[in-house]
Design a protein around this ligand. Structure first.
Ligand code: SAM
Length: 294
């Protein structure tokens, strides 16, 4: 490995630096990031008030300009013009690596299209941190960012991923965690190995491991801790099952339907699987020949 120690590198005129900042623990800022942020002409930040606090903590007094999802297209052309005039600019987001479920793509693509230099100053990103401790295969993975907020489009997206034999990484908002896990159980199967990383690098950092079904039950339970920031990692179609052996939903329903009235079978299946009663009811109707076709 040929390492270069260049934390005092001269900042190049006319260059855009894409700088990662911490995802919680301020100790994760790199020495090189501090150097670049100190020495560029201007920092483009997603939320200038939020970033001003980070910069104050680091003793950085470089001027800030706002670049967020509502102004990034028009702001990008201004920044490209500044770069063309020889000014140096650093791009940061509220946390982690810019462009990773954060603003910056229009700017970087415009800078590349203009033939101007872009330099990465890498550091924290929740997706890699979560994947690296997920216990799931990391040789091939797909990063899905945030799933659609509404269940219908979310399930469609999950359906498109269902057969891929690679690890999936999702960001999720706390108020949608349980609903997303429920859809994952239904579409990907409750037996898939998975992990949930909560509040990575922060005081309340917690890692949860298990099958999707187990994790859904855990977070859906009354009193479960659902505050904070979350990354969900889910094993591929061919990943070995977790320790707990789970019965396929259809087999479970069919077995229960053979012994119990439909409503009772559905209630029992919902209790055992943690899946939503409505979906199980519909499937039970189909299996018993009383519902519409698939
Ligand atoms: N650019 C950031 C990155 O590089 O990870 C991601 C920004 S995105 C707007 C915010 C989402 O990232 C959160 O909702 C959560 O899913 C994930 N995230 C960010 N920080 C996290 C942390 N400390 N622990 C767990 N997840 C985190």
């Amino acid at each position: 490995m040929d390492y270069t120690l260049s934390i005092d590198e001269p900042v190049c005129p006319g260059t855009l630096y894409v700088v990662a900042t911490p995802i919680g623990n301020l100790g994760d800022i790199t020495a090189r990031a501090v150097h670049i942020l100190n020495n560029v002409d201007c920092i483009a930040a997603e939320d200038t008030r939020h970033s001003a606090r980070l910069l104050a903590h680091l003793g950085i007094r470089t001027s800030l300009t706002a670049l967020h999802e509502h102004n990034e297209r028009e702001r990008s052309s201004v920044i490209v013009q500044w770069l063309g005039e020889g000014r140096s600019v650093a791009l940061i987001s509220d946390a982690g690596t810019p462009l990773i479920s954060d603003p910056g793509y229009p700017l970087v693509s415009a800078v590349v299209a203009a033939g101007l230099p872009v330099i990465a100053v890498p550091g924290a990103t929740a997706l890699v941190a979560a994947l690296s401790v997920s216990g799931l295969p990391t040789d091939r993975f797909v990063f899905e960012g945030f799933l659609p907020p509404r269940s219908g489009p979310r399930r469609q997206r999950l359906q498109a991923l269902a057969r891929l034999d690679l690890t999936r990484v999702f960001y999720e908002a706390p108020h949608r965690l349980v609903a997303s896990l429920a859809d994952m159980v239904e579409i990907l199967g409750g037996e898939r190995r998975a992990s949930v990383a909560r509040e990575l690098t922060k005081r309340h950092e917690t890692l949860y491991y298990g099958s999707l079904g187990e994790l859904h039950r855990q977070f859906a339970a009354p009193g479960a801790e659902r505050r904070g920031e979350f990354v969900i990692c889910v094993g591929g179609a061919g990943s070995p099952p977790g320790d707990r052996v789970e019965i396929e939903t259809d087999a479970l329903l069919a077995g229960l339907l053979a012994a119990l009235p439909l409503r009772q079978a559905v209630d029992t299946a919902a209790h055992l699987s943690g899946l939503r009663r409505n979906a199980l009811y519909q499937r039970a109707l189909e299996l018993s020949g009383a519902g519409g076709s698939e």
